[in-house]
Design a protein around this ligand. Structure first.
Ligand SMILES: Cc1ncc(COP(=O)(O)O)c(C=O)c1O
Length: 383
């Protein structure tokens, strides 16, 4: 026997006490959100992994060097991964709304990638950058449908982005705060998991060192956390350019460290310690002269036939030094660095001798040291 059912009460408004029960469900927004998240995920599904390039060193050294080539992402840099993570994080947090702009403070590479994802989900994008940012990055942001808002002093980007977001009702993405937490550090095909998978068939599949550089600090944090979580013995080294606060802050345990001028190595080195920089997860830091960074990318072109941005050279100098140390101790193993973005973006800077002269940068002594290292395995440290 079935109990008699109460009659459905059609068209009756639900009885709710508004002071104790608030429902802000918005089916139209949730439909838009589902589509936006789906578009970002479908884009990831269409993408291939990046290559782990082998740098030719004499096999009898017993030390192998690799570069994870992040320049082959659709938007040309390691920031493609970050931008995808930041968009998913902000979408799932309800921070990005249909028709409202996404604003970002950037030295350029992140903004190029974010402009791409903003267009993918159909929201406006504004990049707040220092006026000295190379033209090629500005052109790429505009190519992807973004707008550039240039400020005179690199230190002003945070405040200008906050203000623009408030004025437009948009969302300030704030990579410098959220980079370290937006990425799935335990895996999910992050950069570290990919490196370990790609090394699996090598003679030294667990790298002795991975060398990163820091702009937000997010890449080094992601790799370092993954290595620790995977219980690998790998050390994490962060190479830092001149004029950056990360190195003195880490060396002196001083989170308040600042520097008076901005970094000349685009994408890395900050005048303050960014919140996404996770010092406790790093094993070693190395300060790298700008001339050494640029010399290394010039040499890389000869080794691989590929041009890279100068941040790749900063990491490469540190990686060469580590290889030289391992050689001198008779240690065998592998070292991994990152090819962060393509050099074609910087033809007017790091590949232009006139720019080097105007900056007072002499790369010749470092070119000689690197060329000698590639033959002897010995690299004179910075004097
Ligand atoms: C060219 C380039 N290399 C390296 C980095 C460093 O990456 P992260 O922000 O994860 O510290 C950046 C960051 O902007 C970059 O643009």
């Amino acid at each position: 026997m079935h109990e008699p059912q109460p009659k459905p009460q059609a068209n009756r408004a639900p009885v709710r006490a508004p002071e104790t029960d608030v429902d802000r469900s918005d089916p139209a927004y949730r439909l838009w959100l589902r589509q936006a998240v789906g578009q970002v995920q479908a884009d990831a599904n269409r993408s291939a992994d990046t290559h782990l390039l082998s740098i030719p060193l004499p096999a009898d050294w017993g030390v192998d060097l690799y570069l994870k080539d992040e320049s082959t992402h659709p938007t040309g840099s390691l920031k493609h991964r970050l931008a995808r993570s930041l968009f998913l994080y902000a979408l799932c947090n309800g921070w990005i709304r249909p028709g409202r702009p996404v604003i970002e403070a950037s030295s350029g590479s992140t903004a190029v990638s974010e402009a791409y994802f903003a267009r993918l989900i159909g929201v406006p994008f504004v990049a707040v950058m220092a006026r000295g940012t190379v033209r090629a990055k500005i052109d790429l942001i505009e190519l992807h449908g973004g707008r550039c808002h240039l400020v005179e002093d690199p230190g002003q980007v945070y405040e200008a982005a906050t203000r623009l977001a408030a004025e437009t009702g948009g969302h300030y993405m704030d990579q410098f705060t959220y980079a370290e937490r937006a990425t799935d550090w335990r895996g999910n095909n992050n950069i570290a998991e990919s490196i370990f998978r790609q090394l699996a068939a090598e003679r030294h599949p667990v790298p002795t060192w991975i060398v990163a550089t820091a702009g937000t600090g997010g890449t080094s944090a992601t790799i370092a956390r993954y290595v620790r979580y995977a219980q690998a013995t790998t050390g994490i080294c962060v190479a830092d350019p001149e004029n950056s606060a990360f190195f003195p802050s880490w060396r002196d345990h001083d989170p308040t460290a600042t520097t008076p001028t901005g970094s000349r190595i685009e994408g890395i080195g900050r005048q303050r310690v960014e919140p996404s920089f996770v010092p406790g997860a790093i094993d070693r830091m190395m300060r790298v002269p700008d001339a050494a960074s640029i010399a290394c990318v010039r040499v890389l072109e000869r080794l691989l036939g590929r041009r890279a941005g100068a941040s790749t050279g900063t990491g490469l100098w540190a990686a060469f030094r580590i290889v030289a140390e391992m050689r001198s101790r008779g240690e065998r193993g592998s070292v991994v660095g990152l090819l962060c973005d393509p050099g074609e973006r910087y033809l007017e800077k790091y590949y232009a001798d006139a720019w080097l002269t105007a900056q007072g940068i002499d790369i010749a002594p470092y070119m000689r040291r690197v060329e000698r290292f590639l033959v002897t395995g010995e690299l004179e440290p910075v004097g």
